[in-house]
Design a protein around this ligand. Structure first.
Ligand SMILES: CC(C)(COP(=O)(O)OP(=O)(O)OC[C@H]1O[C@@H](n2cnc3c(N)ncnc32)[C@H](O)[C@@H]1OP(=O)(O)O)[C@@H](O)C(=O)NCCC(=O)NCCS
Length: 172
């Protein structure tokens, strides 16, 4: 078990109250005394920081005004930050849309390549699921790129349950 993973499993800080909107939730301390990784549900995110994060994993750029609107209208926005002293770096992001009753769909799951394979993506997803479940949402869906199907499968997501297919309509 890696360093980060052992810290996650020994940390109980992902059980923050669902009402907490800002200020973040400490995921773990790190080796350096002035460095920590934490979650935040504050949706006031610098869009250029987010664009840089998405660029780092090779995602196509999207108009920032639409990204801003999507964040504003999401049900839940979770960002992950590395804090070193007084400086913060956005290292992970995801969001979920919802009908606030039955269904939520998770979008834009991303961890910066410098921070991948340390358990952060899994921690981010578990945190999202915990928050959605705490709002009594039972049907959580997402659209997985082909290379991450097993990442989500390991978190309990089933592709095509009972033969149900995701279907898409695109403009011509
Ligand atoms: C997919 C992504 C979020 C995973 O984040 P991560 O922090 O690297 O993943 P973790 O370190 O938390 O991995 C958790 C587990 O999933 C596994 N895993 C990670 N990426 C995987 C992948 N692409 N396929 C299958 N398993 C994967 C890990 O081996 C680990 O397994 P373990 O618990 O048995 O040790 C990250 O690689 C990423 O941001 N990729 C680019 C953006 C992207 O493709 N997002 C998904 C769009 S649908």
């Amino acid at each position: 078990m890696g360093f980060w993973k052992s810290l996650f499993t020994t940390s109980n800080t992902m059980t923050a109250p669902p009402s907490q909107k800002e200020g973040g939730v400490t995921v773990s301390p790190t080796a350096a005394p002035d460095t920590r990784i934490f979650f935040s549900t504050d949706r006031d995110i610098d869009l250029y920081d987010l664009e840089e994060l998405c660029d780092a994993v090779g995602w196509s750029r999207r108009p920032l005004r639409k990204v801003k609107k999507a964040i504003q209208h999401s049900f839940l926005v979770v960002s992950m930050w590395e804090q070193r002293g007084s400086s913060r770096r956005l290292v992970g992001f995801s969001r979920a849309t919802s009908d606030h009753a039955f269904n939520a769909t998770i979008w834009d799951v991303v961890i910066h390549p410098d921070f991948q394979s340390k358990g952060l993506g899994k921690a981010l997803m578990k945190y999202l699921i915990k928050r959605l479940r705490s709002d009594d949402i039972s049907n959580i869906t997402l659209f997985a790129d082909p290379h991450v199907v097993d990442f989500y499968r390991n978190l309990g997501f089933a592709p095509d349950p009972e033969g149900i297919k995701g279907m898409f309509w695109y403009p011509d």
